[in-house]
Design a protein. Sequence first.
Length: 135
Amino acid sequence: MSVFSSTEELYVVMEELWFWIKNNPEMSAELLKSKLVVRFNYKNPDGCLTVDGSDGKELRITSGECELKPDVVMQMQSDFAHQFWLGNVNVPVALISGKIVSRGPVNKALALLPTIKPAWQIYPGIAEEKLKKSA
């Protein structure tokens, strides 16, 4: 059984997580320095989330399709994204094995992994709370 029962449930969890990241001054400052637009495409359930730091001033999070042209695209199963945020994924191995399929300057996105690592402590609580509420 999938962790997320629907695209809406996936969005509720990921939006809450990225809202927390956006409001964390240290994390958002580092992400904004990159000026990247990163799109995450999810499968089973399907969805996409775009994190836009291109202006270097504010992280903008968009669930669903949007007109922005991403610098980096990361595609993965929704359950795999859940495992990533739990801290259970070796990203370079996932890229090599095809569990994450990427386009664009992935090295720039990989350089941000240490920045988002603190979210691994927050994510389990967010997932538990939001998945309970939607059940």
